[in-house]
Design a protein around this ligand. Sequence first.
Ligand code: NAG
Ligand code: NAG
Ligand code: NAG
Ligand code: NAG
Ligand code: NAG
Ligand code: NAG
Ligand code: NAG
Ligand code: NAG
Length: 457
Amino acid sequence: MILIPVFITLAISLVIAGKPSPHTTNKPSIFSGIRVPTRGTRRVAQTPSGIFDQQTAVAHLNLTINKYRRGLVNLLNNKGPGALDEGVTIGEIREVNFPQAITKRQSEALTDENDTWDGIISIGTPSQTVLAEIDNAIGDSFVPVSGCETCQGKTLFDLANSSSSTLLRQGVLEIDFAEGSGALGIPFQDTASITVQNQTIAGINATTGDVFQFFKDGVMGLGFPSIAGLGANNPIFNAFAQGQIPSPQFSVKLSENDSSLFIGGQDPLLFNGSTEFTPLATNMGFWEVSDASIKANGASTVFGFNALIDTSTAFLIGPTKGVKKFYSQVPNAKVFDKTNGLFSVPCSNIPQVALNFGGEDWVVNANDLNLGPTAQGSNDCVLSVVGQDFGFGHTWIFGAPLMKVTYTTFDFGELTIGFSRLSENSVPPAPAPVPAPAPAPAPCPCNCTTGANKYEV
Ligand SMILES: *[C@@H]1O[C@H](CO)[C@@H](O)[C@H](O)[C@H]1NC(C)=O
Ligand SMILES: *[C@@H]1O[C@H](CO)[C@@H](O)[C@H](O)[C@H]1NC(C)=O
Ligand SMILES: *[C@@H]1O[C@H](CO)[C@@H](O)[C@H](O)[C@H]1NC(C)=O
Ligand SMILES: *[C@@H]1O[C@H](CO)[C@@H](O)[C@H](O)[C@H]1NC(C)=O
Ligand SMILES: *[C@@H]1O[C@H](CO)[C@@H](O)[C@H](O)[C@H]1NC(C)=O
Ligand SMILES: *[C@@H]1O[C@H](CO)[C@@H](O)[C@H](O)[C@H]1NC(C)=O
Ligand SMILES: *[C@@H]1O[C@H](CO)[C@@H](O)[C@H](O)[C@H]1NC(C)=O
Ligand SMILES: *[C@@H]1O[C@H](CO)[C@@H](O)[C@H](O)[C@H]1NC(C)=O
């Protein structure tokens, strides 16, 4: 599915709603960063009763892979074939077939689909707010604008009413990836702590295909300009260039209900101890580090690969060969869906999985690893470690299962990614584990009606 919206590029002032950190009050010009309340991820691939939802999972995998493919195509267009690392290839666009019910739910007030990471941003003068998905693997930012007849149900940015908007040029932005959807609403209490001027945003006024079925009101991409279709800096890069933030960093905490984006450094309240910084492995424009490994039950299974650190996928996606090797070392693992690289293990024997970048072991929460029983009443559970060949050679994609157990800092000055321990007070209480399918009650062999004669035959 290729979705090609007509677009106009705007130079506008973009205001990211957020709270200046308390450390900023004495130093109006050099401050320590901006807290942007955001909303969290949760597992996307389960039915309400906790059963693995295969079609939704695969649709999300397809979207994620299309997203990286689009970044590569943009990179090729921006920089030529020499910019692609060796072994990187651009494959076919995948279809994205969410179950009908999911797409239908998009037009309703959503309450249970907060499976992506989003925040409210304000754009223009006077400002208009947009609920934007935040995605560090996308280079562009875009919003639907007034006049878009195919953007039903979306908040449209009113261009004509914004004195700071300037039309740059017209053209076509190809958007052939998409992400899931989430709950609407939740305004922030504070606004307008930083203003980024002259931010290039694609204003989408026509679409082919139902592109916005997958998005909320817009997308704020935090990838590098080389992977952006418009080739422009993302808002945080611009904020730094314009002296609005003290350091070329943004930090992310992803959690089910109190995610956070901190612009211009690290939020001291959210991490504890030192930060393990790892250099970027490539200058392609993706947030990708080297020397990653994945362990099962304490033993290294696959190691020495690169990993794309992704704020917006619920999976740990590896090349099929590497993932096979991983599962060969997980007791009782078996193939569940060969085509889509899905594996299962006995629900009673979920392995402990840890990710490592040459320092600490980051142990994944069982709840982010176990996607639930393969079917109602099944004793086999699907894991979020998935095998897919997506064109990046031996590289893996580490999404929410990693990001929920680290405080992650993206540094575009040093070109590193830093991993820190979450501070204890910021770790939410462990969610209840996926309930094992209840065994049918054993027929009562005795008079069970009272405790006293419970074992009486
Ligand atoms: C995933 O992509 C493949 C290849 O395009 C397609 O055949 C399949 O239907 C897609 N599955 C879903 C659930 O989107
Ligand atoms: C996510 O969805 C759950 C279930 O509807 C809801 O209770 C929770 O408040 C939502 N969290 C956020 C941050 O929107
Ligand atoms: C989109 O905007 C461009 C530039 O203003 C305009 O020429 C075009 O007619 C618009 N398309 C629609 C469908 O509004
Ligand atoms: C347009 O801007 C004016 C202030 O200049 C404001 O009162 C009005 O609500 C805005 N309209 C929309 C649709 O944003
Ligand atoms: C924004 O663009 C205008 C017009 O080109 C220019 O005068 C101004 O200096 C720019 N502002 C910044 C912060 O780059
Ligand atoms: C920081 O880590 C230390 C050592 O593990 C622990 O004792 C302390 O409670 C932690 N503090 C916070 C705020 O998490
Ligand atoms: C959200 O986090 C808070 C604080 O950790 C906790 O008290 C609350 O129960 C959580 N809510 C949900 C829906 O997980
Ligand atoms: C079970 O025990 C209760 C209390 O001792 C007694 O009244 C009842 O008749 C017993 N029922 C059977 C089926 O034995």
